[in-house]
Write a protein of this length. Structure first.
Ligand code: TUI
Length: 309
């Protein structure tokens, strides 16, 4: 039997929150941890001093375990990697790259390290490097995505490694969580559902756009640049996709999206901003507290699986 995620992280329910850029700040992370899950601060492109203050802010609200997501494409990734080690945050997740060069520092600081992997090859390499678990994130997710779906990635990664696998991408209710466990997952990472929560600080327009989204309302931009991003369809995605079809270069495309996630999340510009969200947005239609979300999902999953977490 694999170690359970509850034991690994010291939490009540095997549910972690996605490290969403701009969205996953200390209010959301603390609320998820207080509710018995693992809250995650999304360091995204923030400088190290900002991340340190956010870590301290979580600790002022709760003494429960939490984590920091280090986005490896960030220009500040190395200094953020150092700060999370100094602060001895309980868990570090990584996204959008290979965290290999930071592993020694993190493990020496006693941190549980959990990278997102987008293939079995990456999962095996990460296991050999000594990580504690992996997150198998399917392309149903919002934001930066790999190629495989959750349905195909999770069982293949679960077969490829002996460490716990956390499923992500397309999970927002008990059916999704139960399905992930049937595929071999030991836990789930949830993003979009927590974005539509009362504790989430994102603009009401952003939450409303998620609640109004239909099943086929997301689009993937950036396939041509090698950085595919899933977000909800709007004027920005239409213009972006048209330019990509016309063969526009990286710089022209970049101009459309510089600062655009912040514009949507903080200022509420859901027309020209980037509204990153997963495909499961179509199933989300109300704002709930993080505690209600975790209770709803885990109670239903326990019933379907015929076991308690
Ligand atoms: O990282 C995410 N989701 C994100 S990051 C982000 S911020 C951003 N903004 C603009 C461009 C790029 C990112 C928004 N959403 N999810 C985790 C994730 N990681 N998905 C896919 C991967 C991944 C991709 C390649 C993990 C490892 C990997 O390996 C490459 C390598 O070098 O081995």
């Amino acid at each position: 039997m694999q170690a359970t995620i509850k034991e690994l992280f010291g939490i009540e329910y095997p549910v972690m929150q996605g490290g969403m850029a701009w969205v996953a700040e200390h209010h959301l992370a603390a609320a998820v941890s207080k509710a018995g899950g693992l809250g995650i601060l999304g360091a995204a492109n923030a400088p190290a001093d900002v991340v340190r203050k956010e870590i301290q802010a979580v600790r002022e609200i709760t003494d429960r375990p939490f984590g920091v997501n280090v986005m490896l494409l960030s220009p500040y990734a190395a200094e953020v990697a150092q700060v999370v080690a100094e602060e001895k945050v309980p868990v570090v997740t990584t996204g959008a790259g290979n965290p290999g060069k930071f592993l020694k520092t993190w493990k020496e600081a006693g941190i549980k390290v959990v990278p997102v992997v987008a293939s079995t090859a990456q999962a095996k390499m990460m296991q050999r490097s000594g990580v504690d678990a992996v997150i198998a994130e399917g392309c149903e997710s919002g934001g930066h995505i790999g190629q495989s779906t959750t349905m195909t990635l999770v069982p293949q990664v679960a077969d490829a490694v002996d460490i716990p696998v956390i499923a992500a991408g397309g999970i927002a209710d008990g059916r999704g969580m139960a399905a992930a466990f049937m595929l071999g997952a030991a836990g789930v990472q949830i993003g979009t559902r927590f974005c539509a929560s009362t504790e989430c600080i994102c603009h009401d327009n952003y939450k409303e756009r998620i609640c109004k989204a239909k099943d086929i309302d997301s689009a993937v931009t950036g396939q041509s640049t090698g950085h595919p991003i899933r977000s909800l369809r709007n004027q920005m995605t239409r213009t972006y996709l048209k330019l990509e079809e016309e063969g526009a270069g990286f710089e022209e495309l970049e101009k459309l999206t510089v600062g655009s996630l912040r514009n949507a999340v903080i200022d509420g510009d859901v027309t020209n901003g980037t509204v990153m969200a997963g495909q499961i947005a179509g199933m989300i239609s109300d704002i709930k507290s993080c505690e209600e979300i975790i209770k709803m999902i885990t109670t239903e999953a326990e019933r379907l699986l015929g076991r308690t977490f």
